[in-house]
Design a protein around this ligand. Structure first.
Ligand code: COA
Length: 174
């Protein structure tokens, strides 16, 4: 599904023409996003944006991941999110430009991805975040996930991260 909406936020599959806006949006929130997400820790320019968009198109084609721009009702780019393969389930990820936090947009985006996961027949969905990233952790809690386990971070750490990840999980409704 290329577009998902709840009337407040619209998730749109990333397109090559999103490059300039993507780069400008991440660059304007670099400290906020890069504190927690390593891909934005050391700057974000056209090369990084292009690499992401190319990779997102490949991941979409292979079914590895469905990544979307989060747009508000006036079509402004508020952030990004994705529904990625993780084991036999899927994992939701998200980020928002700093000025778009505090309105429930990421929770709405995650809820839309959750609906998509269930429609695809996914048996369970996880959300993973660093234990210090409490704003991220509030999202699975709002959506009824339960804490499944804690694990050491597998990837390089962004500067605000402790290295301990919390993994929340929700089973597909019967
Ligand atoms: C993680 C991140 C997306 C969370 O952003 P957020 O604004 O807290 O999340 P939401 O958009 O769901 O908004 C929730 C806030 O809006 C409020 N809100 C208003 N209307 C709401 C609604 N209809 N539904 C849910 N929340 C609503 C909530 O009370 C909450 O505010 P609070 O934190 O003051 O209690 C954001 O902090 C971010 O981009 N961080 C950097 C990147 C990152 O860490 N990504 C995750 C890596 S694991």
């Amino acid at each position: 599904m290329d577009t998902l909406t709840d009337g407040v936020v619209t998730l749109e599959r990333w397109r090559p023409e999103d490059l300039d806006l993507l780069v400008a949006t991440v660059a304007a929130s670099l400290e906020h996003v890069g504190a927690w997400l390593i891909w934005a820790t050391n700057g974000y320019g056209p090369a990084e944006g292009e690499e992401f968009l190319t990779g997102a198109a490949e991941r979409w084609a292979s079914g590895e991941g469905y990544e979307y721009a989060i747009r508000t009702a006036d079509r402004t780019l508020a952030g990004g999110c994705g529904l990625m393969r993780r084991g036999d389930g899927r994992e939701i990820g998200y980020w928002l430009a700093k000025s778009y936090t505090g309105h429930g947009y990421a929770t709405r985006a995650a809820s839309l991805l959750l609906g998509q996961a269930w429609r695809m027949g996914t048996p369970h969905v996880t959300i993973l975040h660093d234990e210090l990233n409490t704003r991220s952790g509030a999202i699975p809690q709002r959506l009824g996930f339960t804490l499944h386990h804690k694990e050491a971070a597998a990837d390089a750490l962004a500067p605000a991260c402790s290295g301990n990840d919390w993994v929340w999980r929700l089973e597909r409704p019967a």
